[in-house]
Write a protein that binds this ligand. Structure first.
Ligand SMILES: NC(=O)c1ccc[n+]([C@@H]2O[C@H](COP(=O)([O-])OP(=O)(O)OC[C@H]3O[C@@H](n4cnc5c(N)ncnc54)[C@H](OP(=O)(O)O)[C@@H]3O)[C@@H](O)[C@H]2O)c1
Length: 245
């Protein structure tokens, strides 16, 4: 599978920016055709498509709108006739200590990270089941594995993705579908741009490799799980520079 990927079709959620954009580009460079979802970033998604003519298809998707999950999957399958890989990367960070966060806002973080991920998976499963080598990768976070003060909602959503993914791996193995989870640590993207300098320094000091990761490093880990790790299912791969050690 890792030699010639020219026939593979992938759907990458949150492909317009950050980690998802790096995954989209790297898959396209390997010869895959990629449905790349955007919520607000149509322009960014179109730029990615222009950089890989005929290989990247921008598709609208909003984690909180189940109709867009079905529409995104159908758009890719209508366009290319199949789906082999699903990379569930779209997500939103929102922090705040439990005692200082209103209940509605707290649950919105769970909903905005988890609901669309599950909806997209549900819509894609019938198509993945007809692929000769299908796979799903869920982009969780090390915060969901070890916890982080000020992140109870985000961590709970990312932790739920681990339980969801491992259970799904058991359900769909009979269809040949591998399901794996990627848990990045701190990565330089728009999401972490808001981290104040003092916290950034603390995070770098606590990361044994001494720095934030790059989107290309995370993309390589995602592609390993998606395309190359043919004996891995239900696995959780951390890519965090040793922050969680
Ligand atoms: N950066 C980190 O340090 C880090 C660490 C661990 C895990 N992660 C996880 O990795 C994934 C990607 O993170 P990132 O840092 O690359 O984020 P990012 O730069 O903020 O990009 C987020 C992507 O998700 C899309 N998105 C955001 N909210 C959405 C929604 N409600 N519905 C649909 N799409 C939505 C965005 O689309 P538009 O721009 O088109 O709106 C964008 O393509 C996330 O799941 C994040 O939780 C990130």
């Amino acid at each position: 599978m890792d030699g010639n990927n020219y026939d593979r079709v992938a759907l990458v959620s949150g492909g317009s920016r950050g980690i998802g954009a790096a995954v989209t580009s790297a898959l396209a460079e390997r010869g895959c055709r990629v449905g790349c979802t955007y919520r607000t970033g149509l322009e960014e998604a179109e730029k990615l498509a222009a950089g890989h003519p005929g290989q990247v298809l921008p598709v609208q998707f909003d984690l909180s709108d189940p109709a867009t999950a079905t529409a995104a999957v159908n758009r890719v399958v209508d366009h290319w006739g199949r789906m082999d890989s699903l990379i569930l990367n779209a997500g939103q960070w929102a922090g705040g200590r439990l005692a200082e966060t209103a209940a509605d806002s707290w649950w919105r973080v769970i909903d905005s990270n988890l609901r669309g991920t599950v909806d997209l998976t549900r819509a894609a499963l019938p198509y993945l089941a007809t692929s000769p080598s299908p796979s799903i990768v869920l982009v969780s976070s090390v915060v969901g594995l070890i916890g982080h003060a000020g992140d109870t909602a985000y961590a709970a959503a990312k932790s739920a993705m681990v339980g969801f993914g491992r259970s799904l791996a058991k359900e769909v193995a009979r269809d040949g579908i591998r399901v794996n989870i990627l848990a990045p640590g701190f990565v330089a993207t728009d999401m972490t741009d808001a981290v104040p300098l003092s916290s950034r320094k603390r995070i770098e000091d606590a990361t044994i490799l001494g720095r934030f990761g790059t989107v290309d490093e995370i993309a390589r880990a995602a592609i390993f799980l998606s395309e190359e790790a043919t004996f891995c299912t239900g696995s959780v791969l951390t890519a965090d520079g040793g922050w969680a050690l």
